[in-house]
Design a protein around this ligand. Structure first.
Ligand SMILES: [Cu+2]
Length: 478
């Protein structure tokens, strides 16, 4: 015989099962948790490196396709990519691009995935940049045995497997072959967007993907060159210490500054933001608006309203939605400003004549052939592009700080050196510096902790740039 309290517990359990579970959209009894085993073969796939109608290749996201079976191929390749102007890096990729293509699907859809490790191929348009090696793929959107589906493939091998999407979200995929840190830092990542079964609760005018990641690069110590300039390789020491050289959106320093994401006043914009890492967090923020809704990890059940910034750890994501109030350029950035100053900056722009600031890039009057040859000028240029571009341009107009075109005409070298050594000391007493601060809305330039050799290289680079751009129009600079 059952005790009264046992009966009550049974009754409550029956009540809970009948009353709650049927309405739970995450009912595990309705999920597919029995994927078929992966098939690994030595059949090499040739042809395109990525295929599938659910794939988007840029920040512009294609609409969802209805077919509940999404056939996706992403082959792994080794390839030279340009992370920042003149910074060419021997990357490892999914689908021959960094980040890899974005997959878009819906809860309940099945992904039929295949991948050939083509890291050993030398084909036109694909430059082999490091020795062939093992690679694999790990889908955060899947619930599968990692030992089966995520195993490492030798060059020339192909894996095929299927999985069903059980949860909505914005999920990372990445290579899971040791050293995983090196494989991710070399470019092996991308996003899969899984919509809720019945779509999102809001309607938007634009959708974009923003993927943040860090690079840890140094010029090849063996002196290898590409197009006459140093080839960049992974800086494994700094990688382990999480000291990045570049922090970027969609694989390119200031990539979306050059080509802003488009919008119009009064529109609602939805961004799918993934912070890949591999090792840093992102405080994602858009200047000039407020996130009306934030869905952590891209799931509308995890909703926050009226957010200024969304904090994303490595491999975390969010969908953020905002109104674009009026004409303007809405800077998106990692509000951890050291990351923004390394390149984690983009722009959402409304196209309007009314803007008083110049287009950030259209006044770029330095021809591509104008590349410095002097080693310290090159170093100055590279440092400038990784540390200063967030707030300065040369000949492309004001940003947070002045356009530095002509800076060697405005100040003696010795002044610039003192400024770069300690802006705070200058702002305390130097009249020129104090006037600049006022002109730049009282935003003090942060001390960049520069060594004297670096400072010399910046000044040499400024002289070189001024020798090139002298006399050309500079709408944005004073
Ligand atoms: Cu890999």
């Amino acid at each position: 015989m059952l005790h009264t309290s046992q009966k009550i517990i049974i009754l409550i359990s029956i009540f809970l099962i009948l009353g709650c579970s049927p309405s739970d959209q995450y009912d595990i009894n309705k999920m597919d948790l029995k994927p078929t085993p992966a098939i690994v073969s030595s059949e090499r796939h040739k042809g395109e490196f990525s295929t599938g109608d659910s794939l988007s290749f840029t920040s512009e996201l294609k609409p969802l396709v209805n077919n509940p079976l999404k056939i996706v191929r992403l082959d792994t390749t080794h390839k030279i990519i340009e992370v920042a102007p003149g910074v060419k890096f021997g990357a490892w990729t999914f689908g021959n691009q960094v980040p890899g293509p974005t997959i878009r699907a819906r809860v309940g859809d099945k992904i039929r995935f295949s991948m050939t490790n083509r890291s050993d191929e030398v084909v036109p348009g694909l430059e082999l940049s490091s020795a062939p090696m093992m690679h694999s793929i790990d889908f955060h959107a899947a619930m599968v045995s990692p030992q089966d589906k995520y195993r490492s493939l030798a060059p020339g091998q192909t894996i095929e497997f299927e999985f069903t999407l059980n949860y909505p979200g914005v999920f990372m995929y990445h290579c899971g072959t040791p050293m995983i840190l090196e494989h991710i830092a070399s470019g092996m990542y991308g996003a899969i967007i899984v919509e809720p079964k019945n779509g999102y609760p809001t309607k938007v005018d634009r959708e974009y993907v923003v993927i943040q990641s860090e690079f840890y690069l140094k010029p090849d110590p063996l002196g290898k060159k590409i197009d006459g300039r140093p080839l960049y390789v992974l800086d494994t020491e700094n990688l382990k210490k999480a000291i990045s050289s570049h922090t970027v959106f969609n694989g390119q320093l200031n990539g979306m500054v050059k080509e802003p994401l488009k919008s119009k006043p009064g529109e609602r914009v939805r961004l799918f933001v993934l912070n890949v890492g591999p090792s840093k967090t992102s405080s994602f923020h858009v200047v000039g608006t407020i996130f009306d809704r934030v869905w952590m990890d891209g799931n509308p059940d995890n909703q926050l309203r009226g957010m200024q910034t969304v904090l994303l750890g490595a491999s975390s994501a969010a969908i953020v939605e905002m109104m674009i109030p009026e004409h303007g350029k809405y800077l998106m950035l990692d509000h951890q400003f050291a990351d923004a100053s390394q390149g984690a900056i983009g722009v959402i722009a409304t196209s309007s004549e009314k803007l008083d600031t110049p287009e950030p890039i259209e006044h770029n009057n330095m021809a591509a052939s104008d590349l410095p040859e002097d080693q310290s000028v090159i170093r100055g240029k590279n440092d400038f592009e990784s540390k200063c571009l967030a707030c300065h341009s040369i000949g492309q107009g004001k940003r947070l700080g002045p356009d530095l075109a002509g800076v060697t005409k405005r100040h003696p070298d010795e002044w610039i050196a003192r400024w770069l050594t300690s802006p705070e000391a200058m702002l305390a007493k130097d009249p020129t510096a104090i006037a600049l601060l006022k002109e730049y809305n009282n935003i003090p330039m942060p001390n960049q902790n520069l060594q004297s050799t670096e400072i010399k290289q910046y000044i040499q680079y400024f002289h070189w740039a001024d020798s090139k751009t002298l006399g050309v129009v500079n709408k944005g600079s004073k």
